[in-house]
Design a protein around this ligand. Structure first.
Ligand code: DGJ
Length: 716
């Protein structure tokens, strides 16, 4: 809950297990504490430096370089990274924001962007009357999740123009400078690989300049007290609810504190605000755990599951799809699709998804995007025969779209070449032979919404895979004034959110899955629309253990779409058993991505048991606590333990990567179980105490390469 102490002018923001506190001293909100829950009195001792940044004893001697401001600004003596930088009409950079009012409410919403829901929100307004600028700082706390969220609403309350040059979402200063940053880097087919580096004096930052959150660096920064491990130590998780260019940073400073701030990338960014106009920054989720990286992940998972992912999808059974992409790529006809549908039906797979290639003149990736009408050469009777076949066989039908894009070889482009993002006089850069539609323009958004809606409304479609296969170039729109061109990437993503909201909210019975050339737009803002996202085009079981491990650092398992695909694997050529591929896929929203009509009968016969096992695990995948017991980046094993919130059930999956002969084996210790309870282990018939399982562990021995070790635990 949120508590304001009138006497000390301290705000206490309390979420499950944590306190975030700041005071208002001489009008300036000054950060006091972010971390484990502490008592509400005498917090002022954490204020190392007096109001306005000078030691109270030595007024006028020091600048604000030691002030832990909640909204540090530029050009007032704080030489560290500011949260806001804004020029007035004369170009002056000063911005002096002081408290004017606050208000506590039960709702919050970021204008034009997805955000968390629920919780209690403090709206604290600070103003600069000289400049004619107001900023309202929104802080939200949750009783059931160890995180606080923040965003800022900036308004021009003056008579002249304001030019925003940096509009980050948050800033806080942590005591001391002994921290590491944890980030998730990657590329196509190897998304979200964890990387940990020490914070040094100076700035350690990650960013995207692509107009997409991207596979290259996820919009997440872990701040770990030095020595923090998977299971112990202070771990802060900073996760930006945003899908466009971002920057997150940690700065080791001369004051012996560490500043953490970030938001929309200010590289190339500027936005003008006319009198009366406002600007919202994206929301950031700030999670905390004293139980190491694992605890931080669980804090983020709980926040996203309870306050971000569309509630209807959080705990309801997900579709188990068969997707035709890797089975046929673009080369399909009715016969091939019917064969896949027929051989998949009756085995627990419940949805057939027709991927890329069903529309326009789309026979390869050089044409057709933008033409959302059926490819009659390939499918002369349209989608109806496929949908009918699915229904006859007891399956639902799903369809792929890439609504944000256009191929130069398309009717849409020939009719409206100016609708593609471009700068007049320059040949627009192609990527995968396609261009991006200018979603800052209302008429372009209307076209996309109407075209996709027309297909959804004239066919029985239960599932949509929404893909996006390139990033922005030529960040410019002829429809924007010169002073807003610097905000093009931001305005483009607002356009994307608009079409997502309009299409998705008008089709409540359709299940929407996100995708971006694999998992290149796997971020909290997308999760607010798409309860699950295609994790990676790399479906090799070995690589997937790494990708899913890295992704789980921030995102819950239920957010990851995970398919069993063919061997040798398309991306890396590796062989692994059908069982291992399924065991890895079961640690997310499971599906299949292979030609079931080409599968050997013995593998086909295994699918019913696999889908039944996934359905059995699904409540744990969706709502359980994740314990990462073994790290595939630093050991030969990957091991996830899923534990029900009430600790009555648990599921262990261990996958060996490279094994060695004559190994001694080891004991793998469980976590998160009830130490006083007895657990029945289904595979061995043993009954062992939770304390034994957690202290002594389970013996692992004799594993083969990419072999699996699975245990189901039931509390007696
Ligand atoms: C990229 C996706 O990640 C794939 O699954 C597939 O849908 C292709 N695009 C289709 O072009």
């Amino acid at each position: 809950m949120i508590f304001y102490d009138e006497q000390t002018k301290i705000f206490y923001l309390e979420s499950k297990g944590l306190t975030y506190a700041f005071s208002v001293s001489e009008g300036i909100p000054e950060h006091l504490w972010f971390g484990a829950r502490i008592a509400r009195d005498n917090l002022h001792f954490t204020r190392g430096w007096g109001a306005n940044g000078f030691d109270a004893e030595l007024p006028g001697q020091f600048c604000r370089n030691h002030l832990a401001a909640e909204v540090p600004t530029y050009a007032r003596g704080d030489y560290r990274e500011p949260m806001l930088s804004c020029r007035g009409e004369a170009g002056e950079p000063v911005c002096e924001l002081r408290y004017v009012r606050h208000h506590i409410s039960d709702s919050h919403a970021v204008t034009g962007m997805p955000s968390t829901y629920g919780g209690q929100t403090l709206e604290l307004t600070v103003e600069d009357p000289v400049k004619g600028m107001e900023a309202t700082l929104f802080y939200t706390v949750f009783e059931d999740a160890p995180s606080v969220t923040r965003f800022a609403r900036i308004s021009n309350t003056g008579k002249g123009m304001l030019k925003l040059e940096r509009a980050y979402s948050f800033s806080f200063d942590l005591p001391g400078n002994q921290y590491d940053v944890l980030s998730l880097f990657g590329a196509w087919a190897r998304e979200r690989m964890p990387e940990r580096t020490p914070v040094r004096h100076g700035v350690t930052s990650i960013d995207s300049k692509r107009g997409s959150s991207s596979a290259v660096l996820n919009p997440f920064l872990g701040i770990l007290a030095r020595g923090t491990s998977e299971t112990s130590g202070d771990a802060y998780g900073v996760s930006l609810v945003y899908s466009s260019s971002f920057r997150l940073l940690a700065e080791g400073t001369q004051s012996g504190r560490t500043r953490v701030c970030g938001g929309i990338n200010d590289f190339g960014f500027s936005e003008q605000l006319a009198p009366g106009e406002g600007f919202d920054t994206p929301e950031v989720v700030l999670a905390y755990s004293g139980e190491g990286i694992g605890g931080m992940s669980r804090a983020l998972h709980d926040t996203f599951r309870s306050h971000l992912i569309p509630p209807a999808a959080v705990a309801s059974p997900r579709p188990i799809v068969i997707n035709n992409w890797e089975a046929t790529f673009f080369a399909f006809d009715y016969e091939k699709l019917f064969a896949i549908i027929d051989s998949s039906a009756g085995r627990g797979i419940d949805t057939f998804v027709l991927d890329d290639g069903w529309f326009g003149t789309r026979d390869n990736d050089r044409s057709g995007l933008g033409d959302w009408f059926i490819n009659r050469t390939k499918l002369p009777q349209g989608l109806t025969p496929i949908i009918d076949r699915c229904h006859e066989r007891g399956l639902k039908f799903g369809l792929w779209f890439e609504p944000e894009m256009v191929n130069p070889d398309s009717d849409l482009y020939r009719a409206h070449p100016d609708w593609a993002v471009h700068v007049p006089g320059y040949e627009p850069m192609l990527c995968r032979h396609q261009l991006m539609l200018d979603l800052t323009r209302g008429e372009v958004r209307d076209y996309v919404v109407n075209a996709v809606t027309a297909i959804l409304d004239t066919n029985e479609i239960d599932y949509v895979k929404w893909d996006s296969n390139r990033n922005l170039t030529e960040m410019y729109s002829e429809s924007l004034p010169a002073g807003s061109q610097g905000a093009f990437a931001h305005r483009w993503v607002l356009g994307l959110y608009d079409i997502c909201r309009r299409i998705i909210s008008s089709h409540p019975s359709v299940f929407f899955e996100g995708c971006s050339g694999g998992g290149a737009r796997f971020d909290p803002a997308m999760l607010a629309f798409f309860p699950q996202i295609w994790t990676s085009d790399d479906t090799d079981a070995g690589m997937r253990t790494r990708i899913q491990y890295g992704t789980s650092i921030v995102y819950p398992l239920s957010a990851m779409s995970c398919h069993v695909s063919a061997c040798p694997n398309h991306q890396v050529g590796r062989m692994s058993t059908f069982e291992t591929r399924a065991a890895v896929a079961h640690l997310g929203a499971t599906g299949y991505e292979l030609n079931t009509s080409h599968l050997p009968q013995e593998e086909l016969d295994k699918i019913p048991a696999q889908t039944a096992e996934y359905r059995r695990m699904e409540p744990l995948v969706q709502s359980g606590d994740l314990y990462r017991l073994s790290d595939p980046f630093t050991s030969s094993d990957f091991a996830f333990l899923l534990v029900a919130k009430d600790r009555s059930l648990a599921h262990l999956t261990l996958i060996r990567q490279m094994t060695e002969a004559n190994e001694e084996g080891f004991f793998l210790r469980m976590q998160g179980l009830d130490p006083d309870a007895v657990y029945f282990i289904e595979e061995t018939g043993e009954r062992l105490h939770g304390s034994t399982l957690m202290q002594v562990g389970i013996r692992i021995r004799g594993m083969r390469d990419f072999g699996i070790f699975i245990r189901h635990f039931t509390r007696q």
